[in-house]
Design a protein around this ligand. Structure first.
Ligand SMILES: Cc1ncc(COP(=O)(O)O)c(C=O)c1O
Length: 430
């Protein structure tokens, strides 16, 4: 086995993998056609057929409804907008609590705040990193209005169990499905098991429109309210006979015709964009199985994992090498890896320092927990010690690359004693 690249040896992967490029001729043509039509947006924020957007938006939403088998698909200009709209649509009111995981992109936890709601953090389970149903049960109170679950890294949370909890308490389950366009639990697509599912079409996702998103639901009332919040709903309440005026202050979350045209092509190719990532990640997992101290991602029985990220669970104690050193050695071998994902979101200054001005700002005045005292042990351990990730969506995948990455991981793993000595010499503890 050759010397580690970190110590001057030859890297297993000489060239960094090329960035994944999902835009092709068909997207170019679709964009040109919209440009030629000169209709870059067909939306008006007032009653009339333009309230629902232009021809490409209509076509895109119809295609999305068909693909996901849902009654309503409401395009938006980002998943963040979609999450905000979802919180508004369910009628979230000041002081209502929304149970959220702390290990996700920040928009998930910030969404309730837009309507004066209070994010209540519940821990994740340590197999596939979705909300832990037991932690959710323990967090439900009389003020809980919704559970906002995340299908993290492309693997569905325990959605059916979470939906059962939501139904039992007569509250909503909203899915942040930004990272799992074709995730599945027991044959059902993630995003369609909750009352509302929110998809992202930002540049980093499996399929994208630069920026963009889609909300899906089977519920007519929610579908109408989502569409109203997207487009200045205050102008359409009488026209659309919306009797519940809570949160009927609309925004401009509208997607452009250009994005919709790109989205149509991307959606028609979604399998071709997702499957190679799944294949790559499975090959990589198979190539590093049974290595002491490194557990490749788990796929729960009956589930489909789309591998936005490949997240292994690392045990520095078992291997005797600090996670960050293992990562550095992997990077030197040409594996674009990183550690921790994101710090638990309750650590954000928005939560920790909300008393910075000596007064508590809205909506925390409505009885939020003291976030400085919140701890979610699984999340903390994944962030600080255990998560070792590869952003599979970011680069071009191939079987050959999967084998090389697995070889690099095995090589670094096989040099644990060398790495250990190197670390001791560096810190002068040899
Ligand atoms: C889990 C999750 N939720 C929400 C978002 C926000 O998506 P967007 O950038 O489309 O607003 C992201 C984006 O990375 C995400 O990963």
């Amino acid at each position: 086995m050759s010397e580690l690249a970190l110590l001057g040896g030859t890297p297993v992967i000489a060239e960094p993998p090329a960035r994944y490029r999902s835009m092709g001729e068909r997207e170019m043509k679709a964009v040109s056609e919209v440009m030629e039509s000169d209709c870059l947006s067909g939306f008006y924020g007032s009653p009339g057929k333009e309230y629902w957007g232009g021809p490409k938006i209509q076509e895109f939403e119809a295609a999305w409804r068909k693909r996901y088998g849902v009654a309503y698909a409401i395009s938006v200009n980002s998943a963040t907008s979609g999450l905000f709209a979802a919180m508004g649509a369910i009628g979230l009111s000041p002081g209502d609590e929304v149970i959220v995981p702390p290990w996700t992109m920040s928009a998930t936890a910030m969404a309730p705040l837009v309507y004066g709601g209070i994010p209540v953090f519940a821990d994740i389970e340590d197999e596939t990193f979705g909300l832990d149903p037991a932690a959710v049960r323990a967090a439900v109170t009389d003020r809980t209005r919704a559970i906002l679950a995340v299908n993290l890294f492309g693997h569905p949370a325990r959605l059916e169990e979470l939906r059962a909890i939501a139904d039992e308490h007569d509250i909503f389950l909203v899915e942040d499905n930004a990272q799992a366009p074709l995730g599945e639990e027991d044959g059902r697509l993630s995003g369609t098991i909750g009352h509302i599912g929110v998809f992202s079409l930002n540049y980093h996702k499996h399929i994208h429109t630069g920026e963009g998103g889609v909300c899906v639901t089977d519920d007519e009332w929610l579908g109408k309210r989502l569409a109203m919040i997207r487009n200045h709903g205050e102008n359409a309440t009488d026209w659309l006979e919306m009797d519940d005026l809570s949160n009927m202050v609309g925004f401009n979350y509208r997607m452009s015709e250009l994005s919709a045209a790109i989205g149509l092509v991307q959606l028609s190719d979604v399998d071709a964009h997702v499957k190679p990532r799944e294949r790559f990640a499975s090959l990589l997992s198979d190539g590093v199985r049974n290595l002491k101290g490194l557990r490749p991602p788990t796929v729960r029985e009956g589930c489909r994992h789309n591998y936005y990220c490949w997240c292994a669970t690392y045990d520095a104690g078992a291997l005797g090498v600090e996670r960050e050193l293992f990562r550095d050695a992997l990077i030197a071998e040409g594996v674009p890896s990183f550690t921790g994902y994101v710090e638990p979101l309750y650590k954000l200054p928005a939560f920790q320092k909300r008393m910075a001005l000596g007064r508590e700002g809205f909506p925390f005045t409505l009885g939020a927990p003291d976030y400085t005292k919140v701890t979610c042990p699984v999340t903390e351990r994944m962030f600080a010690n255990q998560a070792l990730l590869i952003e599979v969506c970011a680069f071009e995948t191939s079987d050959e690359l999967a084998e090389l990455m697995a070889e690099a991981v095995r090589k670094v793993h096989g040099h644990a004693d060398v790495l250990n000595r190197y670390a001791s010499e560096k810190t002068g503890t040899a």
